[in-house]
Design a protein around this ligand. Sequence first.
Ligand SMILES: Cc1ncc(COP(=O)(O)O)c(C=O)c1O
Length: 399
Amino acid sequence: MNTVELAIFGAPPAFEEPLPVGQLYFPEWSAYEDAMRGIFERQYYTNQGPLTRQLEQALEARLGVRHAICVTNATIGLMMAADALGLRGKVITPAFSFIATSQSLTWAGLEPLFCDVDPLTHQLDPSRVEELLESNDVGAILAVNLWGDVCAHDRLLQLSERYGVPLYYDSAHAFGCSVQGRAVGNFGSLEVFSFHATKVLSAAEGGCVCTNDDQLAARLRNIRSSYGAGPAVHVRRTANGRMSEAQAAIALLSLDNFAKTLERNRDVFAAYRDTLAGLPGLRLIEPQAVSATNYQYVVCEIDTECFGLGRDELQAVLRAENVLARRYFYPGIHRCTPYDEYYPQVGERLPVTEALCAKVLQLPIGQSIDAAGARRIGEIVRTAQQQAANVRRNLGGLA
Ligand SMILES: Cc1ncc(COP(=O)(O)O)c(C=O)c1O
């Protein structure tokens, strides 16, 4: 394995352009132009237009789910989900997630009850969920399928049935994953995908709520469109979560390209796996519970003592190379506004979350990078580890 000259020591950065961590799929310009021309010709911008309906049907067929309800973004999808499920009170959810997971509950007038996660997989820990169910009056479990992997669904389902509380999923990271032939999108009462530009399926902004429950789907459609579409099933309030035709057009192009996206992600991930293998103090998180992953993110844990540098120091080394490695999720949701004020002591019962927030680093994957780029980043990380003492001196003791 090569060592490389590091930019923090004065070498030119390894990459000329900044490399982001997200997927960032951009369609071919000509295909995008054709799709937009179609929208202009039909003079149809939004309100369950033909492209949105086509996307919903394509998603239902692909996932084998009865209802795919496309929305403006996953955050509004999660807010609509909480209302469509008729939830009240406390909802068990991880603090190790993107803040939208908990904010959806807060917007729906619910209280997030933060639960710790598994140290190996980073997914919600069913044993901790059970403890919270035992000691609290709980209205639901909102689990998060992280990093192109999934939670221990069977155990969560058992708990949801035993305690009589609905289980639903924020699957923002898990589009295209499956468990023994069953596509993600079919688990729990419903699942919400994000089609944000950084996700494997992109609508630039967008999302989708999937469910096999007809009643729930009818309520979701009424909430999404302020009673604008479908039979008027009673809901307690409505919103505007409609996906526009321009969003659907991009998502359809992204779906056409999906097999290629996965192939590229697989190659990039394999290149990281090769170059980072055996590096002391670095653990690459491999999806465990899925039979097929989407490699949505490349997630590493850095153990400061073993690696010789802290996560933030390694991030600084990479940023100097134009590699926009991210501390994702940092800080944990429980330390963000408004939860840090509501629950100032909650970190004490989230030791795994606290530890992960201090050591997790994301590396680039997606359209901006290929396998050769991933190998180059692996070599930078390896060199930084080998020259840890000098790197630390140069960075001036960044924690
Ligand atoms: C776990 C998780 N949930 C929810 C969201 C929100 O998705 P959106 O940006 O589509 O609202 C994200 C976005 O990154 C996410 O990572």
